[in-house]
Design a protein around this ligand. Sequence first.
Ligand SMILES: *Cc1c(COP(=O)(O)O)cnc(C)c1O
Length: 398
Amino acid sequence: MSDDEARSLADATRVVQAGRRDEWTGGVVNTPVWRASTILYDSVEHLRDAGARDTHHRLFYGRRGTPTQWALADALTSLEPGAEATFLYPSGVAAIAAALLSVLSPGDELLLVDSAYDPTRSMALGLLKRMGITTRFYEPLIGADIAELIGDQTRAILLESPGSLTFEVQDVPAITAVARARGVVTLLDNTWATPLLFPAIRHGIDLSILACTKYIVGHSDAMLGSVTAAPAHWAKLRDTSFALGQVAAPDDCWLGSRGLRTMAIRLARHGASALVLARWLQDRPEVAEVLHPALPGSPGHAQFVRDFTGASGLFAFTFAGGTDAQRIAFVDALELFGIGYSWGGYESLALPIDPERHRTATRREHAGPMVRLQVGLEDVSDLLADIERALLAWRHAG
Ligand SMILES: *Cc1c(COP(=O)(O)O)cnc(C)c1O
């Protein structure tokens, strides 16, 4: 068995086993949905006792969770070697907000990757700015040169790798090494890779963030987020999240746990199909550039090969010129790719994107309009035929 095979076997096994404790499942396979606000005590003494002690994994009040939430949080922690614990949130954006607020105070500066998810940018330029926290955007391929941007006020660096829309892979070990030496906290939005393709804490990240809405849930039917913390950062994250009143709904956590069981095989299929389509698109005359970390020439490809154990199913491409109307004709002509936000579900999606609108640190030239594809679990030859048909529509609209 090759290393790759052994690794994928281990992942598939880990996602099946993770978080399933007998005392939470009660003997059935899946941890049931424990819905609760009030927890009843049999005496005032026990009520006081429960409130006075650390309530970790003990029923106390609904906001502190039930076994349904603990099972998913524990499972996600177990996928990140070196992690202390995980807090769950009602969305990925809520997870990003709690992670940033657990680290930043008025007067601090945040270094934010220029290719970040747009709502993360908006949060920095709106909410954080209003709280007296400044943000400096940096080029995603900066690597160890991030040291030159770190000043006295710099408190945290937020990474997202690969970048939303443009898919630059960052040199995470180089950035975390510099950050650690300077006492700066690192946060990574790891939604694209998940801990299976990129174990973030092991690569030096302090707070690893997931929009579980995507691959963890995996079926486009629930919103969920998580932050997994390295030991030194857990207490702050937990206390901040408690103070913010954050609690993910037990029904949504149940969907998250259910999705997780098949995540390893889903990711493998998403990744394999996306690579087939990416390579095919690369050879098409209608296409100028395919932005997929596993393709040589894609920005940060060397870091991808060094640090990742595989690719997931989201990438983008640029048309070789053409108009916005042609791009719209292409997306509208697709039948198996739905038109919509989000990704990570079993179904394919296409989205027109304009990444340069959201950048300020460094700009990139693109030959034409761009489209992002989320490659689902359909048969890849059907997807390919669908794209081929839609490219004809692109030509006719020109
Ligand atoms: C979708 C997404 C989020 C936000 O997750 P929600 O659950 O939709 O709030 C954060 N980061 C990335 C990279 C995403 O794609």
